[in-house]
Design a binder for this molecule. Structure first.
Ligand SMILES: [Ca+2]
Length: 185
């Protein structure tokens, strides 16, 4: 089972691209295949920037969670490489968590930044793609599952009732963050 992510003809361990009628798009990288990229361990979130470049968040085996830029037909390394390891035939992540755990889930792009919710990390992270910096912009509400941004309004949903969290009486909740910069505990 573990080697399936390295086999581009197998759907497991892949990011798929499917048209709205369920067919394989003609310009997919592999002929007659839904596979858009492979070598993934556990992708959780996808988002596009204003130039239609695709990014993903991905859970590592223990730490080594990843943020990747996804390009057609590329191999993202699992389980041959993790963290800073490189292989000329594989793509290394833009960011990884080292020995920390982000458990990154939903992601959203806004103004040059990728916003990423964390489950076990209990935080909303902002990755500046140009400066290659990560900072925590929001925490204190437990496990966060997804983030959505529209017209300078940011929304996150908690995920404290999934059996792994410590839910409060009102969980789970949809939170409206009126100022991206504030409320870090
Ligand atoms: Ca990888």
């Amino acid at each position: 089972m573990k080697n399936e992510a390295q086999q581009s003809e197998i759907l497991a361990g892949s990011i798929l691209r499917i048209d709205l009628n369920g067919r394989v798009p003609e310009d997919n990288p592999l002929e007659d295949s839904y596979v858009f990229s492979y070598g993934h361990r556990n992708p959780q979130g996808l988002a596009w920037d204003e130039n239609e470049r695709l990014y993903s968040s991905e859970h590592g085996p223990s730490g080594h969670d990843e943020i990747n830029r996804i390009e057609a037909g590329q191999n993202y390394g699992w389980l041959a490489i993790t963290g800073d390891a490189t292989n000329t035939a594989m793509q290394s992540p833009l960011f990884h968590s080292g020995n920390n755990t982000w458990a990154p889930s939903g992601i959203s792009f806004h103004n040059g930044n990728l916003y990423v919710t964390g489950l076990r990390g209990n935080q909303l992270m902002r990755f500046n793609l140009e400066k290659e910096e990560m900072e925590i912009v929001f925490s204190g509400e437990g496990r966060l599952r997804d983030v959505y941004i529209e017209n300078d309004n940011m929304y996150v949903i908690t995920n404290n009732r999934d059996g792994r969290g410590t839910p409060g009486e009102q969980d789970d909740r949809l939170l409206h963050l009126k100022n991206f910069e504030v409320h870090t505990e």
